[in-house]
Write a new protein. Structure first.
Length: 183
C-alpha cells in the first residue's frame, strides 16, 4: 500500500510540473533566457543541452539547438550541449533514481501478476533495460523514461555519466546537422 501512495504522490508531482511547464511556456520565460544565451555559443549550447533532457523543455531545446547550429559548428554545439544534457540527466537521475527504481519494481511486480504482462517476468528482459534506456536518451524523446530504465538496471554513476554524455552529444549533433542542412 505504501508503494501505491508513493506512486500517486509522484504522479501528482508530475501533474504539477506539467502545469508549471505550461505556465513557463505561456509566459515565454524559457524562450527569453534562450535568446539571451544565444549571444554566447558556449552558454547557449550548454543551456540548450541542459533543457534537452526534460519532457517539459525538449521541444524548446531542439529549436534552440537548431538556431545555434545555424551560426556555430554543430559539432561544437553538440560537445558543449552534451555536457549540459549530462548535468541535467545526472540531476534527474540522482533526485529520482531510488523512487523510480522502487516504483518501477512495484509496477513490474504488479504486472507480473497480470497474464497480459506475464512476459515481464523473464530474466532475459532485464538486460534489455539499459539498451532501451540508451535508445531513449539518444533520441529527441525526453530522457526521464530512459533514466528510469537505467535506474532499474542499477548502472554505476561513472558509467551513467559517460553514457549520458555520449548519447546526448550524438542526439544533439543529429539535431544540429539536420537543422543546418534543412534550413
Amino acid at each position: 500500500m505504501k508503494q501505491k501512495t508513493k506512486l500517486f504522490k509522484n504522479l501528482l508531482t508530475i501533474a504539477f510540473s506539467i502545469i508549471i511547464a505550461i505556465l513557463l511556456a505561456e509566459t515565454e520565460i524559457i524562450q527569453k533566457i534562450l535568446l539571451q544565451t544565444q549571444t554566447s555559443e558556449i552558454l547557449g549550447s550548454f543551456f540548450s543541452g541542459f533543457l534537452f533532457t526534460s519532457i517539459f523543455t525538449t521541444a524548446i531545446s531542439m529549436v534552440a539547438i537548431g538556431e545555434i547550429s545555424q551560426v556555430y559548428s554543430p559539432i561544437y554545439v553538440a560537445l558543449i550541449g552534451g555536457l549540459g544534457a549530462m548535468l541535467g540527466d545526472f540531476i534527474i537521475f540522482k533526485l529520482i533514481r531510488k523512487n523510480i527504481s522502487a516504483e518501477a519494481e512495484y509496477i513490474l511486480k504488479e504486472a507480473k501478476q497480470s497474464k497480459i504482462f506475464s512476459f515481464l517476468h523473464l530474466k532475459t528482459l532485464r538486460w534489455l533495460m539499459p539498451i532501451v534506456g540508451a535508445v531513449i536518451i539518444i533520441s529527441p524523446l525526453p530522457d526521464e523514461l530512459g533514466l528510469a530504465f537505467l535506474g532499474i538496471s542499477k548502472i554505476k554513476t561513472k558509467s551513467f555519466l559517460l553514457l549520458s554524455y555520449s548519447l546526448n552529444t550524438v542526439g544533439i549533433l543529429i539535431i544540429g546537422l539536420l537543422a543546418r542542412n534543412i534550413f
